[in-house]
Design a binder for this molecule. Sequence first.
Ligand code: G3H
Length: 542
Amino acid sequence: MTTLEEQLGLLFPAAADVPAEFRLEAEVHQKEYLSDGVMKTWNGEVHTVLSPVCIKTEKGLERKVIGSYPLCGAEEAMSSLDAAVNAYRDGRGEWPTMTVGERIACVEKFTGKMIAKKKEVVQLIMWEIGKSYADSVKEFDRTVEYINATIDALKDLDRQSSRFAIEQGIIGQIRRSPLGVVLCMGPFNYPLNETFTTLIPALIMGNTLLFKPPKHGTLLHYPLLEAFRECFPKGVVNTIYGRGNVIIAPLMESGRINVLTLIGSSKVANQLKKMHPKVNRLRAILGLDAKNAAIITEKADIDLAVKECVLGSLSFNGQRCTAIKIIFVHKQVADAFLDKLSAAVAQLKFGMPWEKDVFLTPLPEPHKPGYLQSCVADAAAHGAKVMNAHGGAANASFVYPAVVYPVNEKMKLYREEQFGPVIPVLPFESIETPIEYLIASDHGQQVSLFTNDAAELASLIDPLINQVSRVNINCQCQRGPDIFPFTGRKDSAEATLSVSDALRAFSIRSLVATKQTEENKALINQIVSEQSSNFLSTKYIF
Ligand code: G3H
């Protein structure tokens, strides 16, 4: 029987050992980008994309080269901005003035073409960010479902708006209108899904887009660019590539970005917002930092708490904004919880993303293994121990999960969002300890409560629901189902996303109103019956 160290040593395959069906047919060297309705050729500097998956070579382990993408500069970004501004044309462009039904038809056509690219996109998700093949497929399918649900929600919204309201002698028709040019940036952990949960609602509401794919998780968007080009009028979807600090500042400073949507850090979001010369004109829709806590009381079902905390803290190696990133456990049950948690972690299968039932996989961010080890060392220096066998052991881009206990306020793990497979656990005697932690925290996304006592639960729900945006009872934190609101307080989010909330976030209520006179009624009737306005209309989408 091999030891865990030996298994870690054998983790990465030689090139010939990658199963044929999961091999990339060829490296993907992207030399073009979509701007102003054209796939523009790029012959300049490129960024080489290295997979978190290492390959055994004669020289040792090497991250597999997947391909490369353009590192364009400010000039290309600004000309894509011009394209988006021109396509919007102060709200008079083809896209913002199209009927909702016509916009939906474009998105449906795009979805069909996207589905045709599923195999390529899924392979690239797996290779670029090390997500298991099964979860990469799930991410793709969930995104398609999200688009379809968005279309249904918009039809519903449009049906509700296809009528006139009459109040106090005023006739009005109230609809939602687009906001302008949206700068859209997604995260590496859900590079397709989280990007599209902002990009698609922004698009379908009639805005025009500048879309910057995440640093890790860029190439997977390449197979979709042609579909964007074919399905939308020119300049409506534009991609921008390059270093954030080079291309984003001039875009924001131009004052021509109307909506910033970013899933990333609050630090970056704040810097970007401040660059806009008229912050009042900028709408921000942001998913930001989070440090969700689990609270396990004496009255919890420990087996259930362990099961959910493993899912919550280690799904996709803890690289979810909704991950449980700190666990408070009552002193009376701490030993039992830690023993069972360590045993459960030992059962998790680790390996390459294509392996069946694999749970733990290599990490895409090159600095992450070193950072996680520094967190564990810092905790050890302040009195904590790694409780599980081999916790924190690493080989290149892979880090074996560490259960760290007892964590205290002096440690980085107490406040920093580790975004990786390290589970900080704190003991408490008074329930005020975790409550005070959440009050003092800069984060306010979600919490998970574990107890089987209804009175205890009720006494926790009321104070905590005003600290975070979602209280989960006896289950891990998560974003879904996608029709539920997804948001956060403090530094965790700005605005709310869900299938229907996102449509609202990327639009503004606008209305046409008039006094209820015979003359005005005749005018409105004429416009409606001649169908001469797309806004003032009672046309109904089925
Ligand atoms: O990274 C944050 C994601 O929105 C989390 O989504 O809870 O479905 O994994 P999830």
